[in-house]
Design a protein around this ligand. Sequence first.
Ligand code: SF4
Ligand code: SF4
Ligand code: FES
Length: 233
Amino acid sequence: MRFRIYRYRPEEDQKPVFQDYVLAPEALEGAVMLLDALMLLKAQDATLSFRRSCREGVCGSDAMNINGRNGLACITPLKDLREPITLRPLPGMPVIRDLAVDLSGFYRQYRAVRPWLIDEGPEPEIERPQSPVERDRLDGLYECILCACCTTSCPSFWWNPERFLGPAALLQAYRFITDSRDKALGERLDDLEDPYRLYRCHTIMNCTDVCPKGLDPAHAIGAIRTLLARRRL
Ligand code: SF4
Ligand code: SF4
Ligand code: FES
């Protein structure tokens, strides 16, 4: 199996290059997912850098651009990939080394939506109850693993990474807007009523298309727009 992998080692490379690798069929025995193959390549060439942790599609750390599309290496079957399998770092982010990118800007935008429950009222004695129907409204929102596949496939984010929140952060904004236990709806909508933070989304839909967890950030963004439009009436 043939691979073309983006290499950039800042201490020795003036600019990035692609390096070709080959894994013989016998070496690939038992390898099912792309991450399995990457681990075999890493055993051959210890200088190859990428992140990974859970190998179950849960931690989000092995997000990368696989044959032109963002995804998680650990849940991408090798048999579905055409060769040479071309791997690049997530687009639009500063590259630290090879397939590892600097996600500080991504997390900054995530923090900006205050991804926690806000309720300044008195603390309940036991818990903050939620009906089954209210809880169900969080389905499709809370499962985000912050892999950044969506945000780094969004052209609006590439052009305005400082000012546009990006689909992952906006999905989380909507997750807390929707939560019946949160009491900061007005403030949250005020924060989003901005030509860049929310309205830079041009409904290109790349985000929803690539999400490895099957979530729909574009729908969440549309729902926030609807709430903002309604409160203007
Ligand atoms: S729908 Fe909006 S957030 Fe999603 S990729 Fe398109 S512009 Fe970006
Ligand atoms: S919405 Fe999907 S693609 Fe975006 S960060 Fe969350 S899990 Fe990853
Ligand atoms: S290694 Fe955790 S999501 Fe792939």
